[in-house]
Design a protein around this ligand. Structure first.
Ligand SMILES: C[S@@+](CC[C@H](N)C(=O)[O-])C[C@H]1O[C@@H](n2cnc3c(N)ncnc32)[C@H](O)[C@@H]1O
Length: 271
C-alpha cells in the first residue's frame, strides 16, 4: 500500500521564510554535493519536495539554458512560493509540478539526475520516496539526497530544559511518523534501492547567542506547541517554564549550540 504523508510544518509565510533561510544555511554544502555528482550542462534534473526553492537555483545554473530543471512538491502553497522565487530569480529553465514524492506520475528513466533534501525526514516511508526517485532516474544517472540527523543537536554547557524539550520534540516527530535519525541511514537507503557507487558525507555547524539557529529548538517547540499540548506530552505551565529557562540559558555568552548534523549521500543508477 502507498503511504500517505502529512507535512506537519505547514506552508504558511513563517515556514516559507524558515525554509528560504535554511536554503542559505545549506547552500555551500548543496553546491559541493552537486559538484560531486557532476550536474552536466544541458541535462534534465529533478528536485523532489523543492518547497519554496530547494536547490532549484543551483541546478538551474548548472544545467544552463539548454537544460531543464523540474521542481516537484505536493503542496500547492509551496509551489506558489517557488513560482515567486523563480520569477524573482529569473530562473528560466525551471518548471514546477504538483505531485507526490512516492507516486510522481513522471515517466520512468526520464531524468539525468534527481535530488531531494529534507523530504525523507518528514515522510513515514522514506524508502518509498527513494524508490520513486530511483525509478524516474535514467540508467547511469545520479541521485543525491540530504537529510539532518538529531544525533549531534546539543547545547554546551548542557541544560535539563534542553534535554526535556528535545526529548519532547523527538516524541512529537515519532508520533508523526518522522525519523529524526534518518540522516545516518541515507547511504544504506540508496544501496538498498539498487544504486551503485554510493558514497556519503556529513557537515556540522556551531551557533552562538544572537544567531537565529541558536534557538532553533525553541522555534520547533513553538511550531509544535499545540500538538504537544494536545498529546499531553507536557502541560502548559511546564512547557512555559522550560521554554523560559532554555531561553535564558541559550542567551548566555558561554552557551553554544551544535546543529543537527547534515548527512549527504549520492549514487548512480546502474546502466
Ligand atoms: C522541509 S521542506 C524542504 C524543502 C526543500 N527540499 C529544501 O530543502 O529547502 C519539505 C518539503 O517537502 C514537501 N513534501 C512533503 N511531503 C511530500 C510528498 N509526499 N510529496 C511531495 N512533496 C512533499 C513539503 O511540502 C515541503 O515543501
Amino acid at each position: 500500500m502507498q503511504s500517505v504523508a502529512t507535512y506537519y510544518l505547514g506552508a504558511d509565510e513563517a515556514e516559507r521564510a524558515r525554509l528560504l533561510a535554511q536554503c542559505e544555511l545549506h547552500r555551500r554544502e548543496a553546491a559541493q554535493l552537486l559538484d560531486r555528482v557532476g550536474v552536466a550542462y544541458g541535462t534534465r534534473v529533478l528536485d523532489v519536495g523543492c518547497g519554496p526553492l530547494g536547490v532549484l537555483d543551483i541546478l538551474s545554473v548548472r544545467v544552463g539554458p539548454a537544460g531543464q530543471v523540474i521542481g516537484l512538491d505536493n503542496e500547492p502553497r509551496m509551489l506558489a512560493y517557488a513560482e515567486q522565487t523563480i520569477r524573482e530569480g529569473e530562473l528560466a529553465t525551471v518548471e514546477l509540478i504538483q505531485g507526490d514524492a512516492t507516486r510522481s506520475g513522471l515517466p520512468e528513466d526520464s531524468f539525468d539526475g534527481v535530488h531531494e533534501r529534507l523530504v525523507l525526514i518528514n515522510h513515514p516511508s522514506p524508502q518509498d520516496v527513494v524508490r520513486e526517485i530511483v525509478r524516474v532516474t535514467r540508467p547511469g544517472g545520479w541521485v543525491a539526497v540530504q537529510e539532518v540527523d538529531m544525533y549531534s543537536w546539543m547545547c554546551d554547557p548542557g541544560h535539563a530544559a534542553w534535554d526535556e524539550l528535545l526529548e519532547t520534540l523527538r516524541r512529537v516527530w515519532s508520533a508523526n511518523g518522522s525519523d529524526p535519525f534518518i540522516g545516518r541511514q541515507l547511504a544504506t537507503l540508496l544501496r538498498r534501492a539498487g544504486l551503485v557507487d554510493v558514497d556519503g558525507d556529513a557537515h556540522a555547524y556551531r551557533w552562538h547567542p544572537g544567531h537565529p539557529y541558536q534557538t532553533l529548538l525553541l522555534t520547533f517547540i513553538d511550531i509544535y506547541r499545540h500538538q504537544l499540548l494536545e498529546a499531553q506530552l507536557l502541560d502548559e505551565e511546564r512547557l512555559d517554564h522550560l521554554t523560559d529557562e532554555l531561553c535564558k540559558h541559550l542567551d548566555s555568552p558561554d552557551t553554544f549550540v551544535v546543529h543537527p548534523i547534515l548527512f549527504q549521500a549520492w549514487g548512480r543508477k546502474p546502466v
